[in-house]
Design a protein around this ligand. Sequence first.
Ligand code: MF3
Ligand code: CO
Length: 251
Amino acid sequence: MSVTIKSGKEIEAMRIAGRITGETLKVIEAAVRPGITTKELDKLAEEYILSCGAKPSFKGYFGYPASICASVNDRVVHGIPSGQVLKEGDIISVDVGAFIGGFHGDAARTFGVGAISNENQRLIDVTRQSFFCGIKFAKDGNYLSDISAAIQDCAESAGFGVVRDYVGHGIGRSMHEDPQIPNYRNNKRGIKLRAGMTLAIEPMVNTGTHKVKVLGDGWTAVTKDGGFSAHYENTVLITPDGGEPDILTLV
Ligand code: MF3
Ligand code: CO
């Protein structure tokens, strides 16, 4: 296992990839409404990424056919954009990555479509909060498991389930680098965090249990119990001397 430490120059390149990734999510957020299809959202994302001189990180990754993952309602992650029309009350998790200058950004958000239920809004809010609980510990000298435990406690104390089958990850020249970053406790303390590490931290939270299954398309993960699911992800830089982490995909 090898965790990369980025140089100053590499960090500047990651900032650019991160900014474009975050901006792409803003483009999607502005377009989400009843009546639009997930394929249309994918096209908007791809066009924006290309217009920035970047490439969509996901397209072609292990044969993945699109530029975003679009996971609606009980879909957890890796939903493939399609002719599915969004309707009022749906929630949609959009995950996207941009590659430029040799580096990747990776980020995800869950958006409500029109007016959504209070419970779905609470799910979205808690998922986002759990990320921020976690990154309080994303500091030079802490252990990776400090982040995982804080995310789990935040989501579970709200009565939700934290997905285990998918985890966050290091990111840089490759979209998925070491270490893996679970959103729950296991019996490992994990690596010691160091300045210059760049991590994609990404809680996936379900209204019901943590259990998921993959559909026959080989990609789409759905909740086993039919509960809804939300996702919140940013690419985060660990800064020197115990400083606050730098969130590269938050624009
Ligand atoms: N962005 C996802 C992650 O956070 C990976 C997407 S898989 C792909 O790890 F195939 F869609 F690219
Ligand atoms: Co990721």
